[in-house]
Design a protein around this ligand. Structure first.
Ligand code: MF3
Ligand code: CO
Length: 260
């Protein structure tokens, strides 16, 4: 899972650097698919089944008020000031690496910038609680409080999850809830924490495509995700890109970067 996490994070990094205003989300998805082929790994999104629906893209690309599970489309053209959530989820040697980041397309407004920063910070706040013998609700409450104190709204329709040989395993990890409740974490558990945050209302609705979740308030939405391994002192982030240091260094550099 370390290898799968590293591949997922490296592809996410490179794909985010590839994005420019004027591109459409289909070409970004094709680039993601091509990177997966270069690494010799498979997308865990393409072909993902939910009921009788099959997800068509290599990656999930969600623009502005699209919260999650956006599909790459030729007529979805990015412009300066948009935000794009890039969700890269792969299978390597039978196990999953899953991670996501919301990036600004060119310059965005200060309030949108704050949304991205608060959402990323809430991921690390939650992550810090995913420790041996703590409970799922400890992560949930930490994320929710952090987001709501900043004046934003945490989404309740989608949750983080256990992960391993399949993408969505037990337990569910909501981004809202009460500390001290829910299943207990154990050293060695692999989980995905993924806060999804709206600016005003937590309400979402489904687009006609049956996949894309949209913010009802029509405002930009943000989503950050890591795959990690529960441990005692500090969790081990698995979705660390090549060359970004070891898990401890990466975690510390993120924490100090976000505090600045
Ligand atoms: N990171 C997303 C999740 O955990 C990946 C979804 S794949 C999709 O839900 F096929 F459902 F889009
Ligand atoms: Co996930």
């Amino acid at each position: 899972m370390r290898a799968a996490g590293c591949t997922a994070a490296t592809i996410l990094d490179r794909l985010c650097s590839f994005v420019r205003p004027g591109m459409n989300t289909w070409e970004i998805d094709e680039e993601g698919g091509s990177m997966m082929r270069d690494f010799g790994v498979k997308s865990a999104c393409k072909g993902y089944r939910s009921g009788n629906r099959i997800f068509p893209s290599y990656t999930c690309l969600s623009v502005n008020d699209e919260v999650v599970h956006g599909i790459g489309l030729k007529d979805r053209v990015l412009k300066e000031g948009d935000v794009l959530s890039v969700d890269v989820c792969i299978r390597e040697n039978g196990v999953i690496g899953d991670n996501c980041r919301t990036i600004p397309v060119g310059q965005v407004s200060p309030e949108i910038d704050r949304l991205l920063k608060v959402t990323e910070e809430s991921l690390y706040v939650g992550l810090s609680m995913a420790l041996h013998k703590k409970r799922v609700g400890d992560v949930s409450q930490a994320v929710q409080q952090y987001v709501e104190k900043a004046g934003f709204a945490v989404i309740t329709n989608f949750v983080g999850h256990g992960v391993g040989r399949t993408l969505h395993e037990e337990p569910q990890i909501p981004n809202f809830g009460k500390a001290g409740t829910g299943p207990q974490f154990r050293k060695g558990m692999a989980i995905c924490i993924e806060p999804m945050v709206n600016m005003k209302s937590p309400q979402i609705r489904m687009a006609k495509d049956g996949w894309t979740a949209l913010a009802v308030d029509g405002m930009p939405s943000a989503h950050f995700e890591h795959t990690l391994l529960v441990d005692e002192g500090q969790p081990e982030i698995l979705t660390i890109p090549e060359g970004a240091g070891n898990a401890e260094e990466y975690f510390q550099s993120k924490l100090s970067g976000l505090a600045a």
